[in-house]
Design a protein around this ligand. Structure first.
Ligand code: ES4
Ligand code: ZN
Length: 326
């Protein structure tokens, strides 16, 4: 069976990963030591054992704790570089990385430190790894829209270093429309717009991400299959869904990978893609997401090529470069 080898070898784009979710326990411990930060785990093994989640919130609590070791610009560079090396090993040739500035500015780390460290790794990735890398700033939806506006203000001096904005963190109870005004402002400023919607939340949140926030892409969106009218809209407008199978498995969105609806999304003609989300926490980078999902669901060689083509179609690379891949 040569399908796993094809899945590993095919060039692909990653459109949904949180750079803070690429921090491996070993790097968390190394940075904690380097910065004199104490973390409530005695060892790498003990920390890894805490990676047993029941839902999104149980993961987010540990994810924010892990990010507390990041203080200096070099820490952000080292984290991004470790991910970019893993991405290159999986034949990811383009990646759009989310970052959560509020997780850091709330601890007294400056926006400049965060963005400069991450951006320097992105710049180095093209010549050194053959990976083109871009950044998307995410607002934390459990915080207020006013705090999102303050974050945008702090980031605007560095606007040439990120290509878009997104919306992440605790979904249920924090619908997209809570951020209508700040997304309208980001749209005026010319940023690309994406939002997590329909990960745990209802199809109504996907509708409002599209119609209120006017996002170009929906992150996750797997709950959309519950609403036939929404499926039709996503297919007609070719709105990409950035699906994260191992994340969905680990956060119990699906009881088993064999129950995942990626095949149904592709079958309905949607521009679905495969992504790693928080690879250090969910048990796999890009190629593990592809190989495990294909093994569990029986997707075909043709669907492998479709997913690779979708990843470039859904990306924010310029139109001429896109045509070379799709
Ligand atoms: C996230 Cl899986 C997921 N969902 C929502 N927000 C997030 N931030 C990091 N990973
Ligand atoms: Zn995510």
């Amino acid at each position: 069976d040569r399908l796993p080898e094809l899945l590993r070898a095919m060039p692909k784009a990653e459109l949904h990963m949180h750079i803070e979710g690429s921090l491996e326990p070993e790097l968390i411990f190394a940075l904690a030591q380097r910065n004199g930060v104490s973390i409530p785990y005695a060892s790498v093994e003990e920390l890894r054992k805490a990676y047993a989640f029941t839902n999104l919130q149980s993961f987010l609590d540990i994810y924010y704790a892990g990010a507390s070791v990041l203080l200096k610009e070099q820490d952000f560079y080292d984290m991004a570089w470790a991910y970019l090396e893993r991405a290159a090993a999986d034949n990811v040739v383009h990646t759009e990385m989310f970052f959560d500035p509020q997780t850091h500015t709330a601890r007294g780390v400056s926006m400049e430190t965060v963005i400069n460290g991450l951006h320097r790794a992105c710049v180095d990735a093209q010549p050194k790894l053959g990976v083109s890398a871009a950044l998307i700033l995410c607002f934390l939806r459990h915080l207020s829209e006013e705090e999102a506006f303050e974050t945008l203000e702090q980031a605007l001096p560095f606007r040439d270093k990120f290509i878009g904005v997104g919306l992440d963190s605790s979904e249920v109870g924090h619908p997209p429309e809570k951020f209508a005004r700040v997304f309208a402002r980001c749209r005026e400023l010319g940023f690309h717009l994406v939002a997590h919607a329909g990960e745990e939340g209802p199809p109504a949140y996907v509708w409002s991400a599209l119609d209120v926030l006017k996002v170009e892409r929906v992150d996750h969106g797997v709950q959309s299959t519950k609403d036939p009218a929404l499926m039709k809209r996503l297919a007609q407008d070719r709105i990409p869904l950035t699906v994260c199978p191992l994340s969905n498995l680990k956060l119990c969105v699906f009881p088993d990978l064999s129950q995942h609806n990626l095949g149904a999304l592709l079958g309905a003609g949607l521009v679905a893609t495969v992504n790693s989300d928080d690879p250090a926490y969910f048990g796999g980078y890009m190629n593990q997401n592809f190989t495990q999902t294909f093994a569990a669901t029986g997707l075909s060689v043709q669907q492998a090529w479709q997913l690779a083509a979708n990843s470039f179609e859904g990306s924010f690379i310029d139109a001429a470069a896109k045509r070379a891949y799709v």
